[in-house]
Design a protein around this ligand. Structure first.
Ligand code: SF4
Length: 329
């Protein structure tokens, strides 16, 4: 437990906003509602959101997570994750006569639509994103002939296009804003006529969580980001915290993963969580810290968020039908 005389100096800076974004909230509720509406099992293609706890909790309730639609028995219900899918996945599901519920975040769908539109206008699309990430695979699938992945500033040198006067950049929704701007600057140096997307592709939730962690980073000796290793936006929060001046920063799924040694010589701990992380996991971290003398919690507020998304349309339709049949009964 260390030297208790130093207790007074110990404090926690808690980022706001943190945790669930509107797209994750909607996707998780969609699985829960689908389980209630249609009964278990509900198949979900890919982790509905990139969080271990969420996936395990939904599994206990009857969700079965698969990586490809051919793992889903014909005639079953399959939900697509918040990260979005390529059109070919919709086709495969139709071939297997699966009933689909699409929980793709509307802000990812927006990027898909941009990709389709620029491809139709015969642009080369430079998609800034992380290779192999589910969202990037889905977006690329909208226009594979037109899209080139640019995985960070170091990738710019090798990018080639057909016509430098018809090039646009788009991005994954959960990138580091600063790193993406660096990539864009380099791309613009190489292709001065590069067109920018009509609106931000990096979503509001990713941006706000980064602004908050930046504010606390300069003051924190240690920043704990709650989130899973495969969560892009959570990993970015660790990088942004370090970039903002935090001495140390770590990503943990659970409080029990925090190493006591990280607290050595630490008086200010910043805490935040990725967009796929339920608040209960943050509460456990705060509890863990309070047991070690970090009881004083100060909120670092960077933005208000009030955005919500309605449930996937297939689910709304069936819930409405159910409600009206109950009225008729
Ligand atoms: S992080 Fe952004 S794009 Fe991803 S689900 Fe949340 S709101 Fe949608």
């Amino acid at each position: 437990m260390g030297d208790m005389t130093a207790t007074n100096a110990r404090r926690v800076l808690l980022a706001a906003p943190r945790g669930y974004c509107a797209g994750v909230d909607r996707a998780v509720i969609a699985v829960e509602k689908a389980l209630e509406q249609y009964g278990a099992p509900i198949y979900v293609r890919h982790e509905i959101v990139h969080n271990k706890y969420v996936v395990q909790t939904l599994e206990k309730k009857g969700a079965i997570f698969v990586e490809t639609t051919d793992e889903v028995p014909e005639g079953s219900i399959v939900m697509f994750s918040a990260h979005g899918v390529a059109p070919v996945v919709h086709e495969e599901a139709a071939e297997r006569k699966l009933a689909t519920i699409d929980a793709t975040c509307p802000l990812v769908t927006k990027v898909h639509k941009e990709a389709v539109r620029y491809a139709k206008d015969d642009f080369d699309i430079l998609l800034i994103g992380h290779e192999g990430h589910e969202e990037v695979i889905g977006t690329t699938g909208e226009a594979p002939e037109h899209i080139t992945l640019v995985d960070g500033p170091q990738d710019v040198d090798k990018v080639e296009v057909r016509d430098p006067s018809r090039v646009v950049w788009l991005s994954q929704t959960t990138l580091s804003v600063d790193e993406t701007m660096e990539t864009v600057d380099r791309l613009k140096t190489k292709f001065p006529l590069l067109v920018s997307p009509p609106s931000d592709d990096i979503c509001y939730a990713t941006q706000n969580r980064q602004i908050a962690v930046k504010q606390m980073g300069a003051e924190a000796d240690l920043v704990i980001v709650v989130g899973s290793q495969n969560s892009s936006n959570s990993k970015r929060l660790v990088e942004v915290a370090l970039g903002a001046g935090a001495r140390d920063a770590h990503l943990v799924d659970y409080a029990k993963e925090i190493d006591e040694a990280w607290l050595e010589g630490v008086s200010t701990v910043g805490v935040t969580s990725g967009a796929s992380v339920p608040e209960v996991l943050v509460e456990e971290v705060l509890e863990w810290l309070s047991q070690r003398g970090f009881e004083d919690v100060e909120i670092v507020k960077a933005a208000e968020e009030s955005i919500t998304f309605s449930l996937p349309k297939e689910l709304r339709r069936d819930l409405r039908a159910e409600a009206s049949s109950l009225v008729e009964d």
